[in-house]
Design a protein around this ligand. Structure first.
Ligand SMILES: Nc1ncnc2c1ncn2[C@@H]1O[C@H](COP(=O)(O)OP(=O)(O)OP(=O)(O)O)[C@@H](O)[C@H]1O
Length: 803
């Protein structure tokens, strides 16, 4: 009877095993099939989404003058409310909190995944499915591992061979799943980076009226746009997998283990998670803040290296190599010191983490596994099964008789089976425990990654929020049709104060100060709102009023640092005019019948020459592209004529053609660069050209000819210069006194018109110079009679000598 029950029990265990193993594989097969179906559906959806995206692109984007797709300014303006300024620096430490969640949501849902049907959503879905698949496969592998060892212990050749076959069968989807997870993560990262980069480019490089690239008050913007965006995209794409996969693993492995551990074991497992989680949380340093500081220091070092690359020649003239080396080395050492301190902090943290997750968890796991194996559960199970067996006796009676003869053997097999069963349970559970510890470790790493992501998110959010919250500059607009007081061909400044704008960050600005600016041609509700001028701004010129029509050339003068360029910045629209009654009207571009093309309203040539990367032709037509030049129907002969007019006709021959690409900043001499800048003015042929000491390195005769040429082309000149020799090309003179009160003098050159302010000779540097020159000439003239007498004396002496 004992033999009966033993045999029946073993047989039933075998049947149960078979059922268990086939039923444990069933979900895997279903998942595999489901995965293939879903994969097909996703590919189909991806194609659909591409179609949808391309259809909606017309609405979501527009094409700029260079043929590139850009996000419409209206959408960017609408996004601004999602990026309010950060609170003051002290309270904006990166952390995993509500502020982080809000910043992350703004970046993800406004920029990285702007629509639910964006391609990124489908990549994310596919990524998630593969992550789930990998977890399921891990459980299957753990089970299979146990089975193979069990069959080995049992010396079951057929079972072992079957297990090995299944092992290889599982390898195929496992390898595919792993490589797809890595691939989709990289694809996701690059797509996030592309979305962000394009968004930031569109926002940062906005042209008039906002000039964000010129006005954004952040140090090292290049670091934000390049390294930080890349790091953020990599981090968020990685973090999704790093969080989702171990979380799934934890859930699944815990649920699998719970079957073996029973209720008490499971509760203990969760108590273990909770306590160790608390310990690790307490031991975690502020990784977010550390990451943000590292990014800033990296930016400072990168900016330094960039500066040396840019200003290499100037540094070489000063022989400043060792000084620059000091600066760069200091910046680098500061960065390295910080990185090293992070490493040190990490060591202490990783010790704790390793101990807790690898050793504490494993020990707890061993203890929990031992409970069912060593104590009661197996025995209770065996008793329950024995009762079941007795009911099944009649069904298996024939089989029992067959086995009666080999009772000893069966007993032997039976004890082997018990050991094998225990080994299987142990191996499976051990593997699950190891995977669980691994998942726990990765979750902890992910926590660290989330903290670092918080730091990067704060940096990225700072950039986006600064760009979105720059107070708008007043727009220069077209005149209203039929308005007799408005002239599209003139400059009008009325009661304008010129101040250095306050450059604090958005979070420092309580209420952005904006002047009252009357802009013609706009609806009332679009006008800038009047407010008090910014108290932090430094006044350079007070209450400036002038009206310049076309053909009325103006020279702006005054000693260094009085604010001449500042006036040009206001005229060009880079700085806002301030003052309660400030009004600024700028000439608008319009079609010129003689030129048969549009003439820009204003074109500015700055003090420092600028040469973009590109061809020789590209230098002349900048900021137009070469493609735009050819499309406009203008010819290379015309450009050659322009170069002749600035005495650079030899350049094409010397450099080897129009298409040659060089670092023009280094190739052209100082004077050549300035002549090239004048060539640009002639190419664009604006109504007004603001020339900010842009011919200081050009010889006087060439300078004069270029000025005459510009006037012949109908370009009205606004020249900023200290050279009295240029006065003769202008009708008006604006002198900034620089006495600290912002006073100025306006006069007509060659006339003393009633109504125009009198020239205060004692205070104007240019007039001072004229007076000096007149005095010296008068002195020379007064000596002319003496010189004539002396000449006659000398001639007389010469005749006498000859005779
Ligand atoms: N972005 C700025 N931030 C702070 N100060 C500024 C800024 N731009 C100009 N300034 C200051 O404003 C003053 C006027 O500068 P501006 O360039 O207009 O002088 P300038 O009259 O053109 O001098 P120069 O003849 O030497 O070119 C200077 O003292 C300068 O330091």
């Amino acid at each position: 009877m004992v033999a009966f029950s033993k045999i029946t029990r073993d047989r039933t265990e075998q049947i149960a095993h078979l059922l268990k193993s086939s039923s444990s594989r069933r979900p895997l097969y279903i998942l595999l099939v489901a995965l293939l179906v879903v994969r097909g559906a996703i590919i189909h959806k991806l194609k659909d989404s591409r179609l949808q995206e391309s259809k909606s692109k017309d609405k979501a984007s527009e094409t700029n003058a260079f043929g590139l797709r850009t996000i419409p300014q209206s959408r960017l303006a609408a996004d601004a409310r999602h990026f309010p300024p950060l609170p003051p620096a002290a309270s904006s430490k990166p952390n995993i909190d509500y502020a982080f969640a809000r910043q992350l949501a703004a970046i993800v849902f406004r920029v990285a995944i702007p629509k639910w049907y964006s391609r990124e959503s489908f990549i994310l879905l596919a990524h998630s499915l593969f992550l789930v698949m990998r977890t399921v496969l891990s459980v299957a592998v753990a089970r299979l591992d146990g089975r193979i060892v069990r069959d080995l212990v049992r010396a079951d050749k057929a079972g072992f061979a079957r297990g090995l076959g299944l092992w290889f069968a599982l390898a195929v989807p496992s390898i595919y799943t792993n490589s797809m997870i890595r691939h989709l993560q990289s694809v996701l990262a690059i797509r996030f980076r592309t979305r962000l980069t394009r968004y930031i480019h569109d926002l940062y490089l906005s042209s008039a009226p906002n000039y964000r690239y010129y006005r954004v008050p952040l140090e090292g913007v290049d670091q934000y746009i390049t390294a930080d965006v890349e790091a953020w995209a990599d981090s968020i794409a990685g973090i999704y997998g790093n969080l989702l996969k171990p979380t799934l693993d934890m859930l699944l492995f815990t649920s699998q283990l719970a079957q073996e551990l029973g209720f008490r074991g499971t509760v203990l497992l969760f108590v273990n998670y909770y306590i160790t989680g608390k310990i690790l949380r307490a031991a975690t340093p502020a990784f977010g803040k550390l990451a943000a500081v590292e990014a800033r220091l990296e930016g400072e070092y990168r900016t330094g290296v960039g500066r040396v690359g840019r200003e290499g020649e100037e540094i070489a003239f000063y022989d400043g190599g060792s000084r620059e080396r000091d600066i760069l080395t200091k910046a680098y050492l500061k960065l390295v010191k910080h990185v090293n301190s992070i490493y040190k902090i990490r060591i202490a943290y990783e010790w704790t983490e390793d101990f807790v997750i690898k050793y504490l968890w494993s020990a707890a796991g061993y203890g929990l596994i031992a409970v069912p194996l060593l104590i009661t559960r197996k025995r209770k199970e065996a008793e329950a099964k024995q009762k079941e067996m007795e009911k099944m006796v009649t069904e298996v009676v024939d089989e029992v008789i067959d086995h009666v003869a080999g009772e000893d053997e069966v007993r032997q097999d039976g004890s082997d089976d018990v050991v094998a069963g225990r080994t299987e349970t142990y191996i499976s559970n051990r593997r699950l425990l190891l995977s669980l510890a691994d998942a726990g470790g990765r979750l902890m790493f992910a926590y660290k990654d989330v903290l670092e992501l918080a730091g990067l998110t704060t940096r990225l959010y700072t950039l986006l929020s600064e760009l979105h919250n720059l107070p708008p500059l007043p727009k220069s607009t077209l005149p209203v049709d039929g308005d007799a007081h408005v002239d599209s061909d003139s400059f009008t400044l009325s009661h304008v104060d010129v101040r250095i704008p306050y450059l604090g960050t958005a979070s420092d600005r309580d209420t952005p100060a904006e002047p009252k600016v009357i802009v013609s041609g706009e609806d009332d509700d679009e006008k800038s709102v009047s407010s008090e001028p910014d108290e932090n701004a430094l006044l350079l010129v007070r209450d400036l009023s002038l009206h310049l029509r076309r053909g009325e050339h103006l020279m702006i003068t005054g000693s260094n640092g009085v604010g001449k360029t500042a006036v040009a910045r206001v005229l060009a629209g880079l700085w806002a005019p301030s003052g309660p009654l400030a009004e600024l009207r700028r000439p608008a571009p319009s079609h010129d019948v003689n030129l048969e093309r549009e003439r820009p309203g204003v074109f500015v040539v700055p003090q420092r020459a600028y040469h973009p990367t590109g061809t020789l032709l590209g230098q002349v037509v900048y900021p137009h592209t070469v493609a735009q030049f050819y499309e406009s129907g203008r010819s290379e002969e015309e450009i050659q004529d322009i170069l002749e007019s600035v005495f650079l006709g030899y350049l094409v021959g010397r450099e080897g053609g129009w298409d040659v690409t060089k670092e023009w900043r280094d190739v052209l001499s100082g004077g050549e660069k300035q002549r090239m800048a004048m060539a640009r003015v002639f190419y664009h042929c604006p109504k007004f050209a603001i020339l900010d000491e842009c011919t200081s390195a050009v010889s006087g005769d060439v300078e004069g000819q270029m000025y005459e040429h510009a006037k012949l082309m109908g370009i009205t000149l606004i020249t900023i210069s200290l050279r009295p020799s240029l006065t003769k090309y202008h009708n008006n003179l604006l002198t900034l006194t620089g006495d600290g009160t912002g006073s100025w003098m306006f006069s007509r050159i060659g006339e003393n018109e009633p109504g125009s302010p009198k020239i205060d000779r004692s205070r104007s540097p240019v007039v001072d110079r004229f007076s000096e020159e007149i005095k010296s000439l008068e002195k020379k003239l007064s000596q002319a009679e003496q010189w004539q007498t002396r000449v006659k004396e000398l001639e007389g002496m010469l005749h006498k000598t000859d005779a």
